[in-house]
Design a protein. Structure first.
Length: 391
């Protein structure tokens, strides 16, 4: 009997130890999960508001109207546009009258340059410029111009929203618009792939090696060259349909590149050179209360879900004591803004582009393929043939 009692007692003790060990292991696991979740949420929120800073920066670029949106002006051509220099509002207050810091985006040598477009422009002006290279350049240039123009229009529109709303919802709005832009870019690429095939019916007649290229249209009066162009049309049509999967990546690459270029601009704020990284730091500083408030909400929610009711209540009490200043941590203390002045207009800067490029008569795609882009091309060729026969 004594032996049986001792065995039962030993089993109960072993079960109590196992239960205690399981409880301790579960609590430790919950603590680790809580800490991991907090770190993950902190990084996500930090990334989110960093994106808000970038969006705010591009909005000011759009208002300054310095993006390369004019296809007949620099950096697509040598004609530089005349852009009105303006101040833009940033880090606005909720006071009446509204106050703000001022960010200026100058159209200087740095902000007006674009490595890819500069390279394209220089190649197009070479005397040895080739029609096939110009075909691909035209596609990329027109896609880039479309994207820069779209970014300029969209971001200037968003610039009119209240800044706090833009900072809080900007990344969500831009994420949605980015997807729509990708779809439109793909459709536009399909059009450009075929519309720019008129380059297959052009030839550069500048053999001197100096000056600008001299482009002349090839039409049915030159059967060999025209046949070669027609063969290229068929070849590139086949390449498009069989290589559509690879070609469809092009819009994503170009749109991403255009967005990246927008983040590389430099401005002047409070008399100092400013980059997109500077604006990110300022957003994290001046919107500190918003960021801390969101993080605090998730800390409390995760404390209740991962650790239980008591730790959840304890987290509320702790954050309350910090907020009311009982615990002296400047977690909820706002940053005092400086260098403020009366807000200026949100109107977009005026841009004037005086192009030296001659205007061409526009015809349909089939007309361009058969006859060429210059009106009366076939008539001129027939006259030449008539003169040679009569002589």
């Amino acid at each position: 009997m004594s032996s049986t009692t001792n065995d039962t007692s030993a089993i109960d003790n072993k079960k109590d130890q196992e239960n205690s060990s399981n409880i301790s292991s579960t609590f430790t696991s919950n603590i680790i999960s809580f800490i991991t979740s907090i770190i993950s949420i902190f990084l996500v929120i930090l990334l989110y508001f960093s994106c808000s800073g970038l969006i705010l920066f591009v909005c000011k670029i759009a208002q300054s109207n310095i993006l390369p949106t004019e296809p007949d002006c620099y950096p697509y051509t040598e004609s530089k546009p005349n852009i009105q220099p303006i101040d833009t509002n940033i880090f606005t207050t909720f006071t009446d009258p509204e106050m703000s810091m001022k960010l200026k985006m100058p159209y200087d040598d740095y902000n007006s340059s674009n490595k890819i477009l500069d390279m394209f422009r220089e190649y197009k002006n070479k005397p040895s410029s080739n029609f096939l290279a110009n075909y691909f350049i035209s596609i990329v240039e027109q896609l880039m111009n479309f994207n820069f123009s779209s970014i300029n229009t969209i971001m200037n529109g968003l610039n009119g929203l209240p800044e706090a709303l833009l900072v809080c919802l900007g990344p969500i709005i831009i994420g949605f618009l980015f997807v729509i832009m990708l779809i439109i870019n793909l459709i536009y690429l399909i059009y450009l792939w075929f519309a720019n095939m008129v380059w297959f019916f052009k030839t550069n007649t500048n053999d001197s090696g100096d000056g600008l290229p001299k482009w002349e249209e090839v039409n049915i009066t030159s059967p060999v060259n025209w046949g070669f162009g027609a063969a290229l049309v068929i070849l590139f049509a086949i390449l498009f349909f069989f290589g559509f999967g690879a070609i469809s990546i092009i819009p994503f690459i170009i749109l991403s590149y255009c967005c990246l270029i927008c983040l590389m601009y430099k401005g002047i704020m409070n008399g100092k050179k400013t980059t997109s990284f500077t604006i990110i730091k300022e957003v994290l500083k001046y919107y500190k209360l918003t960021i801390v408030g969101i993080i605090s909400f998730f800390v409390i929610a995760l404390a209740f879900s991962n650790l239980g009711v008591v730790p959840g209540i304890f987290s509320i009490i702790t954050l309350g004591l910090i907020y009311w200043g009982t615990i002296t941590i400047d977690l909820f203390k706002p940053i005092t803004e400086s260098n403020l002045s009366l807000a200026v207009s949100y109107d977009q800067a005026l841009k004037k582009c005086t192009s030296t490029k001659p205007k061409k008569e526009k015809h349909g795609f089939l007309y361009d393929l058969l006859i060429g882009q210059k009106g009366g091309g076939l008539t001129k060729e027939l006259k030449k043939i008539g003169k040679s026969l009569s002589s």
